[in-house]
Design a protein around this ligand. Structure first.
Ligand SMILES: C[S@@+](CC[C@H](N)C(=O)[O-])C[C@H]1O[C@@H](n2cnc3c(N)ncnc32)[C@H](O)[C@@H]1O
Length: 266
């Protein structure tokens, strides 16, 4: 059932889009001293070696983060680049940080991280990679687990929802989960990542979310290939509920940098 393994895809263009946005959101949230909660429904293992056989097999990082860094697309002072540098310095130059590592690199000792993961192999790596006192790792279904711990002690915070969308029903599961979690923890920033695939199930998910009465939403999508039935992923999106104040300009910058990058690749 759980066949998806992020080690084949770490550092791909979709990861760059998701992680650049995540870095901006978390950097905005730490501008206030009060403690934060960072919560993930689908954590993965947190650290990925871009020189592994899995990474070389797909070559996705080669066309993703490696090409982007080679092009010097983001300034060194950009929150995403600063975070990747911290991760390189701690683990080595070939290591790419998944979302838990990005969150840990940005957050502070007073903040708590709650990470859910259901794959028996990925959870072993996650435990091995993250042993800090303020990191709480749960081997359970991410939707059930996050609902159970919410709202956490520190009510300022962000929930990242990053499923593998292995089954079609997952698009509706995300909508159901968002409705429930927003009721339990209304002040949370919710960031939902989704893939743009030829099946276009994400379209239905967006329509359902747009019909819900959230006060503030910021929706970012990044199309990096032509949408073709015979091909797979052609883009990626992030739907953000309750975005932190003042992030729109930084998110606009990510949009335009990634567009610029794609225009140089074709
Ligand atoms: C796209 S990956 C996560 C990548 C990670 N968020 C990152 O950006 O570095 C999705 C992960 O969700 C895990 N997973 C799948 N179904 C799950 C569920 N119901 N609850 C928790 N984790 C699940 C998979 O094993 C996989 O590791």
């Amino acid at each position: 059932m759980l066949s998806y393994q992020h080690s084949y895809h770490a550092g791909c263009l979709a990861d760059v889009h998701k992680h650049a946005i995540l870095s901006v959101l978390l950097t905005a949230l730490i501008q206030k001293d009060r403690p934060l909660s960072y919560v993930e429904t689908h954590a993965g293992r947190g650290l990925y070696d871009l020189e592994s056989s899995e990474s070389h097999k797909t070559g996705e990082a080669q066309h993703g983060i490696k090409a982007i860094q080679q092009a010097g697309l983001f300034q060194e002072t950009h929150p995403y680049m600063k975070t990747l540098l911290k991760i390189h310095n701690r683990y080595g130059k070939t290591i790419y940080g998944g979302s838990p590592a990005i969150a840990r690199a940005i957050l502070r000792p007073q903040d708590d991280l709650y990470l859910m993961e259901l794959h028996p192999q990925e959870i072993k790596y996650l435990h091995r990679n993250f042993r800090d006192k303020n990191i709480h790792i749960h081997f359970r279904d991410g939707y059930e687990g996050v609902l159970a711990i919410s709202p956490p002690k520190a009510k300022r915070g962000l929930i990242l929802i990053d499923p593998s969308y292995e089954v079609k029903t997952e698009y509706q599961d995300c909508v159901d989960f968002i409705q429930k979690i927003h009721q339990k923890w209304p002040q949370a920033v919710i960031a939902l990542w989704y893939p743009m695939l030829p099946s276009q199930y994400y379209d239905e998910m967006m329509k359902a979310l747009n019909n819900l009465p959230f006060e503030t939403v910021d929706h970012r999508s990044f199309q990096y290939a032509e949408a073709r039935k015979d091909k797979g992923l052609f883009g990626t999106g992030m739907y953000i509920i309750n975005p932190p104040w003042g992030v729109a300009a930084d998110l606009d910058e990510i949009d335009s940098l990634l567009k610029e990058f794609i225009s140089t690749q074709t």
